[in-house]
Design a protein. Structure first.
Ligand code: DC
Length: 232
């Protein structure tokens, strides 16, 4: 494999909530020695900031006004991805149920998307990164060498997501599934950058696959892309 090309490669992994994007993206980045960016964590940090400041997340103008001053820093080591808000580690807070409830409304605000897309592109820089989200292949990195759209059946996603939640936030699988379906619907129908597969994305269904199998599938696709580029 041409390591120079690999070090410039951008792999976009989009998909619905709970489709296994995070574990998959981290696994692929670790396997290929690439950086990793969780764009959802940035939207979550933005939502947490609104909650901290008592901003009504149902008021897009108020959210847009507060978004200007928010400082989000994302660490890109797949073994230890970090997220800081104005210097404070908020990795735990961004997973709170209240943050999850607020994030779709916050991420639907065009100014929030503008600010975060700008930040995401700055982090992507020259490439060498796996980026997970909802609009990476369509908006953030439309030239990504490999675009994956990860899907899984809602019941499988809910079972995985409830197993991931910490003991202090136990939720039954049914309510997790309802929440995932609600977020998919809000994320897919919003006016700005709705969740959708890029025309040139490879759809990978993880319902029947183990994490290792999904990672392997994507690593193979990335290697194929690189060798076909090298042959061009
Ligand atoms: O991937 P996640 O569940 O942590 O994402 C949280 C929310 O952020 C999700 O409901 C929609 C939003 N999001 C987005 O709008 N665009 C992205 N690129 C990533 C996430």
């Amino acid at each position: 494999m041409e390591s120079e090309d690999l070090q410039r490669m951008v792999i976009a992994i989009d998909g619905t909530a709970g489709s296994g994007k995070s574990s998959t993206s981290r696994g692929v980045a670790a396997r290929l020695g690439l950086r990793y960016l969780d764009s959802g964590a940035m939207y979550r940090a933005m939502a947490w900031q609104m909650l901290l400041k008592g901003v009504d997340v149902g008021d897009p103008d108020a959210v847009a006004a507060h978004a200007e001053s928010v400082r989000i820093e994302s660490g890109t080591d797949p073994a230890d991805p970090t997220i800081h808000l104005s210097g404070t580690d908020v990795s735990r807070q961004i997973r709170f149920a209240e943050t999850t409830m607020a994030v779709s409304a916050v991420s639907a605000v065009p100014r929030v998307r503008e600010l975060l897309v700008h930040l995401q592109r700055a982090i992507i820089g020259e490439g060498g990164i796996v980026v997970e989200g909802r609009d990476i292949g369509t908006v953030v990195a439309p030239d990504a060498a490999l675009k994956i759209y990860l899907v899984a059946d809602p019941a499988a996603r809910a079972a995985r997501r409830s197993a991931e939640l910490g003991e202090d936030q136990v939720q039954d699988v049914r309510s997790v599934q309802q929440d995932l379906v609600r977020r998919d619907s809000v994320d897919s129908t919003r006016a700005t950058s709705p969740l959708s597969a890029a025309d040139d994305a490879v759809v990978v269904d993880s319902t029947e696959l183990s994490l290792d199998e999904v990672v392997e599938t994507i690593v193979t696709l990335a290697e194929d892309r690189l060798s076909s580029q090298a042959g061009d």
